[in-house]
Write a protein that binds this ligand. Structure first.
Ligand SMILES: [Zn+2]
Length: 553
């Protein structure tokens, strides 16, 4: 259908390159960048024929079905950090969701900033953009157009902050039991900082009280999604994959159920709409920016897998809600340019992959690391456990008796012994010493994304001081997991099911155009910058791709 559109346009002006030149260029006063968390290219392809709402509209613009997050550790914080900085995680400084800090002996969350406090709870997780060492499109824009407004919203702090950057006018994320929150710096008050979301938070709380939320199939997709119901045993969890899914009886559990439901995206889009209208984003002479990261697809993927009735219903609801949101943008006085991508892809859980004929296996984290550490310890005659994981098991840390860095000699000996053992493990594809990776020259910007070696993908992920000593790529469909976790499937690998994401650009008057060559997510920011006359910093990794033939980059 899309190619028909292109053909029709070509015929009308005489089947020449002219057809593309006359295509209407985007001339936005509002740039909306949407990330659907864990929206793999596979998920997009699987459901594309069923879209009737916002995802259908956005698929009628410029479609790159083969977009890539081209680094190795495909987690949420690094993935979001590439979307509007134009840089890979090795230059955004966001190498993983968490890393281990040897100075303090503690896990550091990617956006941790002890100098701020969360507006909802002074004892909650304190986050700000400080750890991100790259600037975003919104920051570049504000440099040349101080009147431009930039807002970021998400179900997660890392979805809101990394996309909207260092000088955003507001960055809000959903905190179950509270509503949307943000961070507060010294000299600011929580009340002031929450003003833009106060009315919506009150409305969301009242709505929930009036109509306790139950998740059931959307009317239009009920039959199709219900057909995917099946019983599964995943790890040591036996469950029936059928909506409304597990229903908690305690209050905290109910909040967790709600958070991992389509409601999170509905609330996030309601906030985006409310900010757009309150601040008249796109109505003035300057360009404004709204970044939206929709988290529910990721929560649902982790909790219920990617190919069950829950994900089917989520995508249908998201499509419908995005349609309403796009419709609300009709009121914007200036032009609107929308880009959509994802922070990473994802895979289904091991048992359903088995049913589809895949050779898949769950690698249980803690026992796997404990066994490795015991073997290294015995081999080298050490008196302490020399290898530990902190969070995921694809990055291991070599530690001394006090869990801090041992002597250089010990590090080298322990790393070498551990690497030999790890590479012998049948679940492992490859493993690296991070010192070797950090001294390696990164692949050039124009290297073919599909052909990057695993080491080159890892190189694009790592930032000094924020990375393990030993970096592991498990074989495809070997899913690292914790025993008994409610997370049944995950992402984070260097393989295409986790790297490939759709990248879409849409504006009113866009000529539908399917572009099958791969596009890197770092190309999004330079492309939007060119369309709005903004110059990216000289050291960005991404390159501008003309949205319309003949458009200057
Ligand atoms: Zn994510």
């Amino acid at each position: 259908m899309l190619t028909c559109g292109v053909l029709a346009a070509a015929v009308s002006v005489g089947l020449s390159a002219q057809a593309q030149v006359v295509a209407q260029k985007p001339d936005p006063k509002l740039v909306v960048v949407i990330s659907i968390d864990q929206f793999s290219a596979n998920l997009y392809a699987q459901h594309r024929g069923e879209f009737v709402g916002g995802l259908k509209t956005l698929s009628q613009g410029i479609v790159y079905p083969n977009g890539y997050q081209s680094h190795a550790f495909t987690e949420t914080c690094p993935g979001h950090s590439t979307l509007l900085t134009g840089k890979h995680p090795n230059k955004t400084g966001i190498s993983a969701n968490d890393w281990y800090d040897r100075e303090t002996g503690k896990t550091v969350y990617c956006l941790a900033d002890p100098s701020v406090t969360p507006a909802d709870d002074p004892k909650g997780r304190a986050v700000s953009p400080a750890n991100m060492v790259a600037t975003t499109y919104g920051d570049w824009l504000k440099d040349v157009s101080p009147k431009s407004r930039v807002f970021g919203v998400s179900g997660k702090d890392r979805g809101a902050i990394t996309m909207s950057g260092h000088h955003a006018d507001g960055q809000f994320w959903y905190q179950p039991g509270f509503g949307f929150t943000t961070y507060v710096r010294d000299g600011q008050t929580a009340e002031d900082r929450l003003k833009p979301v106060a009315a919506l938070n009150a409305k969301l709380a009242a709505d929930l009280k009036k109509h306790p939320y139950t998740w059931d199939y959307a009317k239009d997709s009920a039959k199709r999604c219900k057909a995917l119901e099946a019983d599964y045993v995943t790890g040591d969890r036996k469950w029936r994959a059928a909506l409304p899914g597990p229903v908690a009886t305690d209050d905290a559990g109910k909040l967790r159920d709600l958070y991992a439901s389509p409601l999170t995206d509905a609330a996030t889009l309601e906030l985006a709409q409310s900010l757009r209208e309150t601040y008249g984003l796109g109505d003035g002479p300057q360009v404004d920016v709204l970044t939206i990261s929709l988290s529910a697809t990721d929560f649902i993927g982790h909790r219920y897998g990617t190919r069950g009735p829950e994900m089917c219903d989520q995508i249908a609801r998201l499509d419908a809600r995005l349609g309403e949101f796009l419709k609300s943008l009709d009121k914007v006085k200036g032009g609107v340019l929308v880009a959509l991508a994802a922070d990473h892809g994802g895979a289904d859980f091991v048992e359903r992959l088995h049913d589809e004929g895949y050779d898949s296996e769950r690698v249980i984290g803690k026992p796997w690391v404990a066994k490795l550490s015991a073997e290294v310890r015995a081999q080298l005659g050490l008196s302490w456990e020399p290898v530990m994981a902190d969070g995921g098991i694809d990055q291991l840390y070599v530690v001394g008796p006090d869990r801090k860095t041992p002597s250089i000699t010990d590090r080298a000996r322990i790393t070498a012994a551990a690497l030999t053992l790890i590479k012998r493990d049948p679940a492992v594809a490859d493993a690296f010493d991070s010192n070797a990776i950090l001294t390696m020259e990164p692949a050039p910007a124009d290297a073919a994304i599909e052909e990057l070696s695993v080491a080159e993908r890892v190189r694009r992920s790592v930032y000094p001081g924020r990375v393990g000593d030993i970096l592991i790529a498990f074989k495809p469909n070997r899913v690292p997991a914790t025993a008994g976790a409610t997370y049944v499937s995950t992402h984070g690998s260097p393989w295409d099911y986790d790297r490939r994401v759709p990248i879409l650009f849409w504006w009113k008057g866009a000529t539908p155009h399917e572009r099958v060559l791969p596009l890197d997510t770092v190309d999004i920011a330079p492309t939007i910058a060119a369309a709005t006359g903004v110059k990216p910093p000289a050291d960005v990794d991404g390159v501008c791709r003309p949205l319309v033939y003949g458009q200057a980059c």
